[in-house]
Design a protein around this ligand. Structure first.
Ligand code: FUB
Ligand code: ZN
Length: 639
């Protein structure tokens, strides 16, 4: 087994597709969210209370704690996103704002290192009494992630020092030793955060704590059960099918064969497990990661890279249960899937991991943010009828348009940190091989050499890579051949490369000189997709994909009653670049039929099948839906 090495440090992005999203992030998303965190948005927006909670905890303001127990995490995620953004878009004013936020956070820290505004405000004597539900370790995890990112980018230690003191405190309270709580978080994230911290500090305590959290989870006697007994905590999921698997704690992680329970928690835990497995080389943990990967992506994932089929528990349900209209598909869960995929890739060089990473990124993640960067989806459905969202209690969680900042605002700042750190998903490097996983334009440094990647991906499969180097470099370039691509050509300095793909990558070993070029051409036809017949809800349905992009139909282009469409044909399909539509998209124009509803008075009848008339359909990329008007949307239509 060999992984794809370390994340390439020297990546810069200059990409026609992503530049727009990232400029929106800088111009609108980050400032908008800072206003939200400070409760300075118009009164019709749900308050955040986040910064206010820190000010109260720091003794700078009077009041009670507002919002959820995990409200602190919002500013941490925002700070992490800001840190990543400063890496490619230095902005002294934004950095000063971030420093200001860090100051307030630092002032709220307790003398013993503890820092969670919920308990500082509500009574420190109750801290660490509800690891199951109360998110102290979750908030700590996000703080660590922010602290590491901010330190790595700016060199400033203030938040890192706060995080280190908090970790020392956690280490003194929780762990295997006598007298400590033998617990772990109800909501994972601290596992992968500690592994990031360990990368910086190389302090074995950080690795051991992460390992402990992974290995102790689900062990008998079950910590959460004992905690509930001891503290009288409520066990909300007692009579649910999940029970402790809601928290991925019903059994030890190596005994978990399926992605179960709360989907974001699952993705974060699996990511942390993969981090620990890579560092320790623990084969049984690697096997557990592989099992959970298989379950998640081969039996429980939507075509858009969404995961979490049911609103009940924001959770996974069972194999092939992938309803399109009652789906949960939280934006954070797709982001978590991307984290997991990248970590699996670093464990072993298999293109399928990057395929999923790409699927989630271009579809289920991007769909979470409105094109103006100011509204967000928490839930990412594949089929919407606006009236049903209002009147069907089983679909009330599904929204036909993105929401302004919401009370439980986990997704918006998660989008910020994901999009701001895209550099870290593009390439990885071992001593002898540079892997290119995503074809996002920009530059990739390898030693003294720079590889420039250009093209018009995801709209076009032609990608150019060119070396700039003063000295020849000996390196294997591993190019990912996406699973969706059934035919491709690779030219090296205009000569056809003969290497064949191995596990999703073509390896080209060579001594590369200045001006050396690779031309990769990925065939990118419009593909009519069907779902595995085991997916009951997609039986007899088809949809379209082109390259990594999943397409959908909107009422704005195709009229309402999208369920009446059928008979999709690719015979005269056209791919059309529309620069003025949805910020510039490639639309697909196809022929199909629309069943007539004329002449129907009765609810049921034994009349002949309704007549159909030919129609032209206009498909737009799924990520861009709900950016024009409220209306129906469907990814899948009848064949
Ligand atoms: O519990 C913290 C976050 O809030 C979760 O990750 C999301 O699913 C939302 O429930
Ligand atoms: Zn979320």
């Amino acid at each position: 087994m060999s992984g794809c090495g370390k994340i390439s440090n020297g990546v810069t992005i200059n990409d026609g597709f992503f530049n727009r999203f990232r400029e929106t992030l800088i111009r609108e998303g980050i400032p908008y969210q800072w206003e939200a965190l400070n409760d300075r948005l118009p009164a019709d927006t749900e308050p955040s209370y986040c910064i206010r909670n820190f000010r109260i905890a720091a003794g700078k303001e009077e009041g009670s704690h507002g919002g959820f127990v995990f409200q602190d995490s919002d500013v941490y995620k925002w700070l992490e996103g800001v840190a990543f953004s400063l890496r490619w878009h230095p902005d002294p004013a934004l950095e000063a704002t971030a420093d200001e936020a860090i100051s307030i956070i630092a002032e709220a820290q307790q003398p013993d290192g503890y820092l969670d505004t919920y308990y500082i405000i509500n009574g420190l004597e109750k801290r660490w009494t509800n690891l199951k539900d109360h998110h102290e370790l979750y908030c700590a995890g996000h703080m660590i992630e922010a602290a590491v990112a901010y330190y790595m980018v700016t060199g400033k230690r203030r938040l890192l020092d706060v995080a280190l003191r908090f970790v020392d405190h956690i280490d003194s309270v929780i762990g295997p030793e006598e007298g400590k709580l033998h617990g772990y978080p109800g909501h994972p994230v601290i596992e992968m955060a500690l592994m990031r911290l360990y990368e910086v500090t190389k302090d074995p305590r950080h690795l051991h704590l992460a390992e402990y959290f992974v290995n102790e989870r689900g062990q008998s006697p079950l910590f959460f059960e004992e905690e509930d007994r001891r503290t009288g905590n409520n066990f909300y999921w007692k009579n649910s099918p999940f029970r402790y698997q809601y928290y991925q704690a019903g059994k030890p992680v190596r005994a978990q064969k399926d992605a179960e329970g709360h989907s974001v928690r699952a993705m974060y835990l699996f990511s942390g497990m993969a981090d620990v497995a890579r560092e320790t080389g623990d084969e049984s943990l690697i096997t557990a990661c592989r099992n959970l990967w298989e379950s998640t992506t081969k039996r429980r994932m939507y075509i858009t890279g969404a995961v979490g089929s049911t609103e009940y528990g924001e959770a996974f349900s069972f194999d092939y249960d992938l309803p399109n209209d009652t789906i949960y598909g939280e934006t954070c869960a797709s982001i978590g899937l991307c984290f997991f995929a990248r970590r699996m890739l670093m464990l072993e060089a298999r293109g399928e991991y990057a395929d999923v990473m790409e699927r989630a990124l271009y579809n289920g993640i991007l769909s979470g943010m409105q094109l103006d960067g100011k509204r967000f989806f928490y839930v990412n459905p594949l089929e919407v009828v606006p009236e049903a969202c209002e009147k069907d209690p089983h679909k009330r969680h599904v929204k036909p348009e993105r929401q302004k900042w919401f009370g439980c605002a986990c997704c918006p700042p998660n989008l910020i940190r994901m999009l701001a750190s895209l550099e870290d998903y593009i390439a990885t490097e071992t001593a002898d091989t540079l892997y290119i996983h995503l074809y996002i334009g920009g530059e990739i440094k390898s030693g003294d050499a720079v590889l420039t990647l250009t093209g018009n991906y995801p709209w076009d499969g032609k990608i150019q890579l060119e070396f700039r180097t003063e000295r020849p470099i000996c390196k294997t370039i591993a190019l990912r051949i996406p699973g969706w691509c059934h035919s491709c050509t690779i030219m090296v300095n205009d000569m056809a490369a003969t290497e064949k793909p191995r596990d999703g990558y073509v390896y080209i070993p060579r001594i590369w000189g200045d001006g050396d070029r690779i031309d990769l051409c990925l065939d990118m036809p419009v593909r009519m997709m069907r779902a595995n017949p085991r997916i009951r809800k997609d039986a007899g349905l088809v949809t379209l994909c082109r390259g990594p992009i999943v397409y959908c139909l909107e009422e704005a282009d195709n009229g309402g009653d999208l369920h009446l469409l059928h008979g999709l044909s690719l015979a005269h399909a056209r791919v059309q670049w529309e620069p003025e539509t949805l910020g510039g998209v490639m639309t697909l124009i196809t022929e199909a039929e629309r069943e007539s509803r004329l002449g129907w008075d009765n609810l049921y009848d034994d009349c002949p099948a309704p007549a159909s008339t030919p129609v032209q359909l206009r498909w737009i990329p799924y990520y861009a839906w709900a950016n024009r008007s409220v209306g129906e949307m469907r990814v899948w239509i009848r064949q």
